[in-house]
Design a protein around this ligand. Structure first.
Ligand code: HEM
Length: 425
């Protein structure tokens, strides 16, 4: 009997191991949108580097391998090294988009990238972040003032959607007269280098970027005429004047990188933090007790919510062996640190949101030379918004279970997030 049961287990495991990987893992499915943990764990169990045909990509599943790859940088981060990227055009045919995306700033080769990170660090110093924060706070207050005290409202439409725009325009110092034109770029820019997007859509985003870069150039010219103190762009231009290897194109590319990396992430962080806290109200006091406590709470919200779909893109710079697999030059390799976040061996009782859970290491914002440049800003801005939200609406609750949107290219999100304020209760 025991033997027969043993055989059955082996048969089931063999079946699971031979089932096509796209049948066990489909981030665009409705099931993934509501229970991603199970699919992610099944994928992680397939091996350390798994080929995923729907994306024509390898997926790196194990945290220690991912950290090693982050630290050693043995793969390329340059989108143009991807086997299906549009051909790298000759320099005399470059538009704004190519000029920004080829060889500058954070998308440059490793040596230039490290130089850029080193020289721009003053622009992310505590003083500058404090100053940006000071400029963002009245905008967030204004947003809540405009909202007033309705009985119910859609948090995404009324608050979350506005925050990335507020942060980026304030951070870079983009004057209001340019806001209408720059808004679509802030909302759509990440699609420009998402490997799973259609060519037609990529071209649309490319055109929006070309226009946005013209605007950024105008703003830079204005700022050169009248520099300000403690302003991100002015600090950048000062750095440019002192470092011959850091050019105006590095500044432009860096601004686009901030838009690319800071918009979607902020939008997702906003909606998932509100949802997670309202589903687990007992956790709110601890989560908001200090900015340090919130920082940990945010990592836990991110683990618990399992909203990531794709992870972080890298490309093989040559034919090479990676974790025992033959990887061809140009193949996409996705680092997916979220796959084990519902692994009970790593996170006991994974369904429970516990904002005091310890993370060692905490890699929510990456690791090594490409560690998130906006981490301090993202955490402060989110803490600020959450504190104001729960001060204004201490009795806030979800108004029904929000419908999830599985169609977003990068993350599981919500179609809307209706909340009830109970202000008059
Ligand atoms: C919830 C919010 C955020 C999370 C979870 C997050 C996470 C990350 C992670 C994991 C990386 C490393 C990516 C990789 O290795 O490929 C990264 C890079 C980056 N992030 Fe963030 N980020 C957030 C918000 C922001 C914001 C608000 C900004 C800008 C204002 C920003 C700017 C950047 C930039 C520029 C990089 C690239 C750094 C480089 O290549 O040297 N991020 N972020």
């Amino acid at each position: 009997m025991g033997c027969a049961q043993g055989d059955k287990t082996v048969t089931n495991e063999t079946a699971a191991a031979t089932q096509p990987v796209e049948e066990i893992f489909n981030p665009n499915s409705k099931e993934y949108a509501t229970n991603a943990g199970e699919q992610c764990l099944a994928l992680a169990k397939r091996g350390r580097l798994v080929f995923y045909p729907p994306w024509m990509a390898w997926i790196m599943t194990d945290m220690s391998d991912i950290m090693d790859c982050w630290q050693q940088e043995y793969l390329s981060s340059d989108f143009y090294d991807w086997e299906f990227a549009p051909a790298r055009p000759p320099e005399d045919q470059w538009g704004n988009f190519e000029r920004a995306m080829i060889g500058h700033s954070l998308v440059a080769d490793h040596d230039h990238h490290r130089l850029v990170r080193k020289v721009v660090s003053p622009a992310f110093s505590k003083n500058v972040v404090d100053e940006i924060q000071r400029r963002i706070e009245p905008d967030i207050d204004k947003l809540f003032d405009k909202l007033g005290t309705p009985e119910r409202f859609d948090y995404i439409k009324e608050v979350a959607e506005h925050i990335p725009f507020i942060s980026i325009t304030r951070m870079v110092g983009l004057p209001e007269k340019y806001w209408d034109e720059i808004k679509p770029v802030i909302e759509n820019f990440t699609e420009a280098w998402n490997p799973t997007i259609s060519e037609a859509r990529r071209e649309e985003v490319r055109q929006e970027c070309n226009r946005a870069i013209d605007i950024i150039k105008e703003v830079i010219a204005e700022r050169r005429r009248s520099p300000r103190e403690d302003d991100f762009l002015s600090v950048m231009l000062d750095i440019e004047s002192k470092n011959p290897k850091f050019t105006e194109w590095d500044v432009i590319t860096l601004i686009l990188a901030l838009v690319g990396a800071g918009a979607d992430t902020t939008l997702m962080a906003q909606q998932w933090t509100v949802y997670a806290l309202l589903k687990n109200k007992d956790q709110i006091p601890q989560a908001l007790s200090s900015s340090e406590a919130f920082s940990n709470a945010f990592t836990e919200v991110n683990r618990w919510s399992m909203s990531s779909k794709m992870g972080f893109a890298r490309y093989a710079p040559r034919d090479m062996q990676v974790l025992g697999q033959d990887v061809k030059k140009g193949q996409l390799i996705l680092l997916m640190p979220h796959l084990n976040k519902y692994n009970p061996e790593e996170f006991p009782n994974p369904e429970k949101l516990d904002v005091t859970r310890k993370f060692d290491p905490d890699v929510l914002f990456g690791y090594g030379p490409r560690y998130c440049i906006g981490a301090a800003m993202a955490k402060r801005q989110l803490y600020l918004t959450m504190t104001k939200l729960f001060q204004r609406f201490p009795n806030l609750e979800l108004d029904g279970e929000p419908e999830r949107d599985e169609t977003n290219h990068n993350s599981v999100s919500f179609k809307s997030l209706w909340v009830r304020t109970n202000v008059r209760a």
